[in-house]
Write a protein that binds this ligand. Structure first.
Ligand SMILES: Cc1ncc(C[n+]2csc(CCOP(=O)(O)OP(=O)(O)O)c2C)c(N)n1
Ligand code: SF4
Length: 273
């Protein structure tokens, strides 16, 4: 890492559509810093894929890279195809919680099960941000949204736990206040041979924060900080004590043959016959 980091190296000269204080800015910035620290002078070694939603705008059209913007919830199957055809590329998906674990949930589970050699970054702002704040599978129990004005009557999905059990090789969760840890996780995820999933608890001050009583994005970040507990701390707490806490850290870090490896090995064998 010799040259100084500059966002201009990796971003097109286009103003992102995010509201002031949106966590998507932090995710974008932190990811690009990780890329820079990994020694990538540009994004030529990457392909990015995203669906629909505010968080899906992180790579496309902003990154100076090959980016594919697909229909809502379908970024993972498209990314799988890209990786199988171009195993030399680092394939990274960005999306919101609605995109990744709402409409796209089955793709996520199967990608983890298949151990597809891609990284999925889920920006979990606990709401459907872009469409105006509808309840998501990740919205905390009892919190009001535009579609549940008297409070959410469903319990939130723990996406990291689910994907860990589905067989991912790397699973981590951070909030937008854990920027150094998140940056390191991005590097680990990209270097993971196999499926990597990073959940970033992020603030949507517009469609979520103000509706549940936060004054601004800063107050949301303070809440994230005050209520985060590490995996190690969480192991010593009861289920009751963990209510409303955000468990952060690395949940899975392991090696297993990736889909790309196994598919190409089978192809090689088949070609011999
Ligand atoms: C098939 C389909 N269904 C619904 C929509 C409407 N829609 C667009 S984005 C979105 C959800 C956005 O929430 P999320 O993925 O969490 O991203 P955020 O905007 O919060 O970052 C929905 C329901 C759509 N574009 N396509
Ligand atoms: S609506 Fe929410 S998620 Fe979308 S850009 Fe604004 S703050 Fe970010």
């Amino acid at each position: 890492m010799s040259e100084e980091f500059s966002l201009r190296t990796y971003l097109r000269d286009i103003q992102p559509p995010f509201c002031a204080g949106c966590g998507a800015f932090t995710v974008m910035n932190t990811f690009l810093r990780a890329v820079h620290e990994m020694g990538h002078k540009d994004l030529r070694g990457f392909a990015f894929c995203s669906g629909i939603g505010c968080s899906s705008w992180i790579p496309s059209p902003h990154f100076k890279a090959d980016t594919i913007h697909v229909t809502h919830g379908r970024s993972i199957p498209v990314a799988t195809g890209v990786k199988l055809m171009r195993p030399d590329l680092n394939v990274v998906v960005f999306g919101g919680d609605g995109d990744i674990v709402g409409i796209g949930l089955s793709h996520l589970i199967h990608a983890a099960r298949r151990n597809v050699d891609i990284t999925v970054v889920m920006v979990n702002n606990m709401i459907y941000g872009m469409t105006g704040g509808q309840v998501a599978p990740t919205t905390p129990f009892k919190l009001p949204t535009t579609t549940t004005p008297y409070g959410n009557f469903e319990r939130a999905l723990d996406a990291s736990k689910l994907i860990a059990s589905a067989g991912a090789c790397y699973v981590a969760r951070w909030t937008t206040t854990h920027v150094s840890q998140l940056k390191e996780s991005f590097k680990t995820a990209v270097n993971t041979k196999g499926f990597a999933f990073i959940e970033v608890i992020s603030q949507c001050p517009t469609a979520f924060g103000r509706r549940v009583g936060f004054k601004d994005a800063g107050e949301m970040l303070q809440w994230f900080k005050a209520n985060s507990v590490t995996v190690e701390e969480a192991n010593k707490l009861t289920e009751e004590e963990l209510q409303n806490k955000i468990v952060v850290g690395e949940f899975v870090k392991k090696e297993a043959p990736s889909l790309t490896e196994t598919v190409y090995a089978v192809l090689k064998e088949a070609q011999k016959k």
